[in-house]
Design a protein around this ligand. Structure first.
Ligand code: T1G
Length: 695
């Protein structure tokens, strides 16, 4: 055998074990090892049945993603699954942990499947821009039916063992030991003389309205192509003989393997893990954070408290009055009731969180012994400095003092505490117990172990933590300001907010910038514009007042029932507010601007050019450590379409020379605003990509 696949004969059963840590990915060596083991077991007269199982924490997590993009090597996974299925002796898959993608496909190539009660099975290939490529689109619908098969593959989500049993994906649920389960089922198959049972021999899945299903899945995917292609592969399973259906699946799979969307989604998969890599923190131990204080129990503070409680931490929420404290408690309990209703926590966990782990207080002294305080008070520097001065006095030595500010200078806040090395920025995104992104903002004097504590907390809360330096807006909000500004420029020059929102959603965002503003409330951006006017607009900036006019008319967005869009109670989404274009026309007239037409393509070209240019500056200044960090911020905090991989991955795929050429063209209209980022110019000159800076 090989070092990653071993075989032991126990009586008349061949136990074939995969040992390819950490998750038994189906590397070429594993595929070859399985092929050889099945062949040897088949020709060994002592062997009457085989069991395939995984060592460690998983059966098989899928094809080896690290091999993607490289020339495929024999034995190809679909051929291996067919080889297993063609065995003249029964083959049992003894599953535990996860059986995902190619892992489940190997199990479907086996004749019988038994899982532990905690096992999960799934086909997440669409999350990588692919479809299952080793027979699942042909075999799974034969086992579970056309619609159920399509829905499982299109969702990309795993199901637990009980559901897998109910659907017919597994035959039995055994004990906790996959080896014992495999042996027991193998003996039962032999005792009952059940023999090999090929899934491919089952009747072809029933036909459905394939075009209607394809269109429905495509529309839901907001431009992502692989889920809809699952429908076409299952259609082949229904309409063609098995071997030809398998061939059609392979054709679709290989086409997707060459797609930009596959590159984008693989980048997202590895990027989510890469951002946790902090070489300068190697060996640095994080401080404890079992008991956290949260100052401010508004939406954000209550969300942070909820996230900490859900992660099993104790939380003390500090508010200034009893009324505010009661309201904060209500928000946290409401959040936890939501988690209870969705089955994320049990009733017992809910009771423990609300009655033991959560305490509220109106006295700073309640924070004297906590391990960490996260401040989520009003976004005003004077208020924050007062809070941190107080915390510096009362918190125990070593307590980490974190601010949730979304753009204020963390250096200044840290200085106010009198213990700057204990201070860090932890920028959560609302709702904090739902959004995965956490910007860990490191100021000039943050201690290394405090940074390590930020990352450890982020991991405990299940966040994607991205390190950021101190500047106005850190990474995400600074980029947001850039594409909001370019949107204003385009409105002043002739595009409507509705054209821009449509172009942005067609690009794959869930919402455009103006619908997002309605959601957040127009008054937040209004306050920011007023702040910037007081500070003095930089050269090249263009001031738009059409949104101010909406605010002055009380049309503040969804909370006012009207903003850029008009909202009707109980109706999802809004319809364009006719008053908007009147205010836009007034603004253009006041500035002496003559509007021109914008195509959807030009809108998105400018929108993305502004995003990429600002992101390049952020990387160049060291505010973000690597381009992939910016990409992950935009994916996990701002709804950037995952299949594009993030703005800088998207730019690499477009070609940086094309992006730079566009910016240089726009710079002729407004040289200050559109000054090309030096890093972008450098990379183009050197023929390199942002990916080359990801290390
Ligand atoms: N290939 C290679 N490496 C993988 C891997 C994979 N499939 N899955 C995980 N890893 C690495 C990961 O990069 C990390 O490495 C370590 O394992 C632990 O992962 C033909 C084509 C399995 C649920 O999409 O969902 O089969 O950082 O930190 O949180 O149809 O990993 O330690 O060096 O995520 O416990 C389909 C992807 C592939 C599963 C474990 N399978 N993986 O989560 O640990 S496509 C997937 C996961 C396919 C066929 C098609 C998760 C996990 P490092 P981790 P975790």
């Amino acid at each position: 055998m090989s070092e990653v696949v071993s075989m032991r004969i126990e009586g008349s059963i061949a136990l074939i074990t995969i040992a390819n840590p950490p998750v038994n990915a189906l590397s070429q060596a594993v595929r070859q090892g399985l092929w050889d083991a099945v062949t040897q077991a088949e020709t060994n007269p002592q062997v009457q049945a085989m069991v395939i199982l995984g060592d460690g924490r998983a059966f098989i997590a899928g094809a080896d993603i690290k091999e993607f993009g490289k020339p495929p090597q024999q034995p190809h996974l679909p051929d291996l699954c067919t080889r297993i299925e063609a065995s003249i002796k029964p083959v049992i898959a003894a599953m535990h942990g996860v059986s995902l993608g190619g892992g489940l496909e190997v199990a479907l190539g086996c004749h019988y499947r038994i899982a532990t009660a905690t096992a999960k099975v799934g086909l997440p290939e669409v999350n990588l821009g692919l479809i299952p490529g080793a027979g699942a689109t042909q075999r799974l619908p034969r086992l579970v039916g056309t619609e159920a098969g399509i829905d499982l593959m299109v969702s990309g989500r795993p199901v637990d063992a009980a559901k897998a049993l109910e659907m017919g994906i597994v035959d039995e649920i055994g004990d906790a030991d996959p080896r014992a389960n495999g042996l027991a089922l193998a003996h039962a198959v032999l005792d009952e003389n059940r023999g090999p049972r090929a899934v491919s021999a089952l009747p072809a899945p029933a036909a459905i309205d394939w075009d209607a299903k394809y269109d429905a899945v495509l529309n839901k995917g907001r431009g992502q192509i692989s889920p809809a292609q699952v429908v076409r592969a299952v259609q082949a399973a229904s309409e063609l003989p098995f071997a030809q259906g398998l061939k059609r699946e392979r054709e679709i799979f290989l086409e997707l393997m060459q797609s930009d969307q596959r590159q984008g989604m693989i980048h997202a998969f590895f990027g989510e893990r890469a951002v946790a890599t902090q070489p300068d923190l190697k060996g640095i131990e994080a401080r404890g954070f079992d008991h956290i204080g949260v100052i401010g129990g508004g939406t954000m503070g209550a969300g942070i408290a909820t996230a900490a409680l859900l992660a099993g931490l104790s939380v003390t929420v500090l508010e200034m009055t009893h009324e505010a404290s009661d309201a904060a408690r209500g928000r946290v309990i409401g959040n936890l009731q939501g988690a209870l209703k969705r089955g994320k926590i049990s009733q017992a966990q809910f009771t423990k969180m609300t009655e033991e782990a959560l305490t509220l207080s109106t006295d700073y002294a309640a924070l004297a012994q906590v391990d960490m305080v996260i401040e989520a008070v009003f976004e005003n520097m004077d208020v924050k400095k007062q809070v941190f001065a107080k915390l510096g006095e009362i918190c125990k030595a070593g307590a980490v003092l974190a601010t949730n500010t979304s753009y204020l200078d963390v250096n200044e806040i840290a200085a106010a505490s009198g213990r700057a090395e204990d201070v860090i920025g932890l920028h959560f995104f609302s709702p904090a117990h739902v959004m995965k992104l956490l910007e860990i903002v490191v100021h000039d004097h943050t201690a290394k172990d405090v940074i390590a504590t930020g990352f450890a907390l982020g991991k405990r809360l299940g966040k994607v933590s991205v390190r950021a330096g101190v500047c106005d807006g850190f990474i995400g909000n600074r980029i947001l300001a850039a594409y909001r500004a370019v949107s204003d420029h385009m409105v002043l020059d002739g595009a409507s907010p509705f054209d821009i929102d449509r172009a942005v959603t067609d690009f794959g965002f869930p919402m455009g910038p103006f619908a997002m503003t309605d959601l957040a409330g127009l008054d937040i951006a209004w306050a920011a514009r007023k702040r910037r006017r007081v500070a003095g607009l930089p050269e090249g900036a263009r001031d738009a007042t059409y949104a101010d006019k909406l605010c002055e008319a009380g049309q503040l967005g969804q909370k006012a029932g009207k903003g850029f869009y008009t909202y009707e109670a109980g109706k999802r989404g809004g319809t364009p507010n006719p008053a908007v274009m009147d205010f836009v026309s007034q603004d253009r007239a006041e500035q002496g601007l003559t509007p021109r037409g914008f195509t959807q393509d030009e809108i998105i070209d400018r929108y993305m050019a502004a995003m990429v240019n600002e992101a390049a500056r952020i990387v160049d200044e060291g505010i973000a450590q690597r381009p992939v960090d910016v990409d992950m911020v935009m994916l996990f905090g701002y709804g950037f379409p995952r299949y594009h991989g993030g703005p800088l991955k998207w730019a690499d795929l477009q070609g940086l020379d094309k992006i730079l050429a566009r910016i240089e063209t726009y710079a002729k209209e407004n040289p200050q605003y559109w000054e090309p980022a030096p890093l972008l110019v450098k990379l183009v000159a050197e023929g390199r990509r942002f990916a080359d800076l990801n290390g």
